[in-house]
Design a protein around this ligand. Structure first.
Ligand SMILES: [Zn+2]
Length: 67
């Protein structure tokens, strides 16, 4: 699976930038300052109301914009 996103820039726990790919988990990062391991997960695209909209199912043509 291709990761089509930018790498993490800051540790979400301590705010440092000393991040390294975590060898044991795909898409996970290890902070070199606080030693936490974390992953960033894509949930969906937020609508105008701020509610997350699910990722379109396979075969879907995407959001209905004709309404
Ligand atoms: Zn950290």
């Amino acid at each position: 699976m291709t990761e089509n996103r930018a790498p993490a820039q800051y540790c979400p726990y301590c705010g440092e930038t000393n991040l390294w790919p975590h060898e044991d988990s795909h898409g996970a990062w290890r902070c070199g300052d606080c030693y936490r391991v974390f992953a960033v997960r894509f949930i969906g695209v937020a609508g105008r109301g701020g509610d997350p909209v699910g990722v379109p199912a396979a075969g879907s043509t995407g959001p209905d914009v004709s309404a």
